[in-house]
Write a protein that binds this ligand. Sequence first.
Ligand SMILES: [Zn+2]
Length: 113
Amino acid sequence: MEAAGVLVRGENGPALIPEVTQQDPTQFHLKAATIITASESGDIVGFYHSHPDGTTALSVQDTRSMRIGGRPSWPGLTWLVLSVINGRCVDMCAYMWNSDRREFLSVAVLIDE
Ligand SMILES: [Zn+2]
């Protein structure tokens, strides 16, 4: 089962708005209601999803859904991909659109504790 959701920066700091049902292990879907809930919780800054027993590399399906007509489908947002092995997150990678190279490139993830 794949996990997915929305990354939000709210008044009380960052938050994850999870999508509840993800039955397909190879792709994820975010319902409009989840995105609306996220937008009511703060500023949407990105999306996250897991790759069960996979790496953090973007899949063909990922790159398709991240673009519309060769441009980012959600300009300015970050896409966070989690590698989950045996039910445990072992790695993560964030991707942002690079307008010069016209592709998504990995960017550093800083965790503020
Ligand atoms: Zn993916």
